[in-house]
Structures are given as structure tokens and as C-alpha cells.
Design a protein around this ligand. Structure first.
Ligand SMILES: NC(=O)c1ccc[n+]([C@@H]2O[C@H](COP(=O)([O-])OP(=O)(O)OC[C@H]3O[C@@H](n4cnc5c(N)ncnc54)[C@H](OP(=O)(O)O)[C@@H]3O)[C@@H](O)[C@H]2O)c1
Length: 312
């Protein structure tokens, strides 16, 4: 069954850009087996019920709470054990959060950093061998497995309403010294960019056939990302900012994700940052800093319990 379909794991598929990406993927003539990895299964079922699913695609919904390493491990375990030949062609790591007040996860880590970066670090590690295996199995296919990290231009300095950060500081990674939710969001996205380039380097060294892309979808005020913000911010985002010429629509944002995940333009390329116009762009200067890449790789290993994967 899977041999005829590309298997796609899509996180945060129930709403926002994930849902838009899902709608657009369903328009493709290529057959997909879509695994929607979400934390709220009933809400996802409701969202899916509004769609027409062409018969050449399959959809399944699977529980994944990115604020819990236990959930990440059990999701990965579920994928790997239920079928030893389940291919993993495309991972779209889209779900993310931004908090307005400091909160900690059950793993005693700041929620945004764990949800947006550390859990993906762990998830990719757990699934990496299967992703590599998939590309090896499908050597005749010019499409090699892809990992898509939905990032943000906010990982760059001087962007966003207060122009502060990102500022990755190990001493304040738990927010105990000071907490600015947007700064932690920016930091999580910078950590993800550093991870993208470091992981690609390691994959290249072992000649693994995997492409990894980070995308920035543009500023899209209509999604649920500001759900925890004060009412006036939510109203501004919902009714006024969409009228501004610099904002993008959820459809446009979803299209960038789908482009990175499926476009033949990107075959045999990797470690690219793709902007809201589907163009290859430069990420922040810091993100190319190899010392920072290694440092935050090793910190991420420590925080996710993957000490054996640390780089010397
Ligand atoms: N909107 C923008 O302007 C913008 C700009 C740049 C980048 N982005 C990026 O685009 C991606 C999608 O964001 P969006 O704007 O579509 O926001 P959204 O509407 O809030 O969607 C976020 C998704 O992430 C899921 N999620 C949040 N916390 C989770 C957790 N602990 N475990 C599993 N899933 C979780 C949400 O699930 P629930 O519905 O269950 O909470 C939802 O499906 C994010 O990576 C975001 O950083 C957005």
C-alpha cells in the first residue's frame, strides 16, 4: 500500500498553516498517505470532516504533544513499530507555540523552547534511520526524503514588534531570570535554524540521502498563533493586520510549506532557507556560525537525553 504512496508526517495539521498545507497537498495528483500528528484528535477530526479527500490519498490522525518528550517518544515508537516497512518520505514539522507568560512542561523545560525546537530535535533523531532507509529503498525515485522545518523570519535579529533578540542564553533557558514570550519564540526558531545546518552537515558526512529545508511563511495574522495574547492583539491580528500590504494569507503561507515539501525544483538540494515567496534566501548570520551550531546541538542533546549524540 505504502509503495504507491508517499508517506507524509504533518504536525499541527488541524489549524492555521498546517491545515492550509494539508488542503493543498490533497489537490496533488501524487498519492499521499498523510499522518496528521496533532495534540487534539477530536478537533482534527472536525477539521478534516470539512474537506473532500480524493480517493488516491489516505489520511490518519495520530497523537503528538510536542510539550512532552514522553509523547514524542511514544509517537515515534508507534510509527516505527507498527509497520517495519513504513516509509517516511516527508516530515513537515509545522506545529509551534508562543506563550505570553512563563510556563513549564512536564519535562521541566520552558514550553516554547521545548515545543518548537527540542521536541523536533528528539523526534528527528528517533525517526532518522527510517527516513534514511526510505531514501535507500526508493533509490530509483529521484525524490529523496525531505524534512521541512517551519521556521520564521523572527529568528533574525531586529525583526518583530519590539525588535529584541533572538538572544540564546543557556543561563536563562528556563526563563527564571526574565521572561519575554516573543523572545523565547525567536530563540526557539534560531535554535532550529542552527540545528538545520548542523544536522545537514552530519547527513552530508555520511552521504545520507535526506534533504532538510527551513521555511519562513511570512507574517500571517489570521492563524491561531496569538491565541494567548490579550484581546486587543487578537482583534488587531484578525481584523486589521490582514488588510496591510506586508501580511500574507494562510493560503500563501501553506503554499510555501507545500513547495518546500514537494517541489521538484528542490531535488538534490539541502540546508536551504526558503522565504515567503518560495525563493532561496539567507537566514541570519548567527545561524551560519559553526561554533553556535555545535554548541546548541550539544545543549539540545543534553536537554533531550541524547548525550551519546554530542559532538566533540
Ligand atoms: N502565523 C505567522 O505569522 C507565522 C509566521 C512565521 C512562522 N510561523 C510558523 O508557522 C507554523 C504554524 O503556525 P500557525 O501560524 O499556523 O499557528 P497556529 O494556527 O497556532 O497553529 C499551530 C499548530 O501547532 C499546534 N501545536 C501547538 N502546540 C503544540 C503541542 N504542544 N503539540 C502539538 N501541536 C501543537 C497547534 O495545535 P492546537 O490547535 O491543538 O493548539 C496548531 O495545530 C509555526 O511553526 C509558526 O512558528 C507562523
Amino acid at each position: 500500500m505504502y509503495q504507491e504512496r508517499k508517506v507524509i508526517v504533518l504536525t499541527g495539521a488541524n489549524t492555521g498553516l498546517g491545515f492550509e498545507a494539508l488542503k493543498q497537498l490533497l489537490q496533488h495528483s501524487t498519492s499521499y498517505h498523510l499522518i496528521l500528528a496533532v495534540r487534539n484528535i477530536p478537533e482534527t477530526e472536525k477539521a478534516i470532516a470539512t474537506l473532500t479527500i480524493p480517493s488516491h490519498h489516505n489520511i490518519e490522525i495520530s497523537k503528538l504533544d510536542l510539550s512532552s518528550f514522553t509523547s514524542v517518544k511514544s509517537f515515534a515508537q508507534g510509527l516505527l513499530t507498527r509497520d517495519p516497512i513504513l516509509p517516511l518520505n516527508i516530515l513537515i514539522l509545522n506545529a509551534a507555540t508562543v506563550k505570553s507568560t512563563l510556563s513549564k512542561t512536564e519535562d521541566n523545560l520552558e514550553t516554547t523552547f521545548q515545543t518548537n525546537h527540542l521536541s523536533y530535535f528528539l523526534l528527528i533523531d528517533l525517526l532518522l534511520d527510517r527516513i534514511k532507509w526510505t531514501s535507500e529503498q526508493q533509490k530509483t525515485d529521484s525524490f529523496i526524503s525531505r524534512i521541512i522545518l517551519v521556521n520564521s523570519s523572527l529568528h533574525k535579529p531586529g525583526i518583530g514588534h519590539n525588535k529584541v533578540g533572538p538572544k540564546l542564553e543557556l543561563e536563562n533557558l528556563d526563563g527564571s531570570k526574565s521572561y519575554d514570550g516573543m523572545l523565547f519564540y525567536k530563540n526557539s526558531k534560531l535554535a532550529q535554524m542552527l540545528f538545520c545546518y548542523q544536522l545537514n552537515k552530519l547527513l552530508e558526512e555520511e552521504k545520507a540521502r535526506i534533504s532538510i529545508f527551513a521555511i519562513e511563511p511570512g507574517f500571517i495574522p489570521q492563524t491561531e498563533l496569538v491565541r494567548e495574547s490579550p484581546l486587543y492583539v487578537k482583534l488587531l491580528m484578525k481584523y486589521f493586520l490582514p488588510l496591510a500590504s506586508f501580511t500574507r494569507t494562510p493560503e500563501q503561507g501553506g503554499a510555501v510549506i507545500v513547495y518546500a515539501a514537494t517541489s521538484p525544483d528542490l531535488e538534490n538540494k539541502s540546508a536551504l532557507y526558503i522565504n515567503k515567496l518560495c525563493q532561496i534566501d539567507k537566514s541570519s548570520d548567527d545561524s551560519y556560525n559553526e561554533d553556535l551550531q555545535k554548541l546548541w546541538w550539544n545543549i539540545s542533546c543534553d536537554l533531550t537525553g541524547l548525550e551519546e549524540k554530542k559532538l566533540s
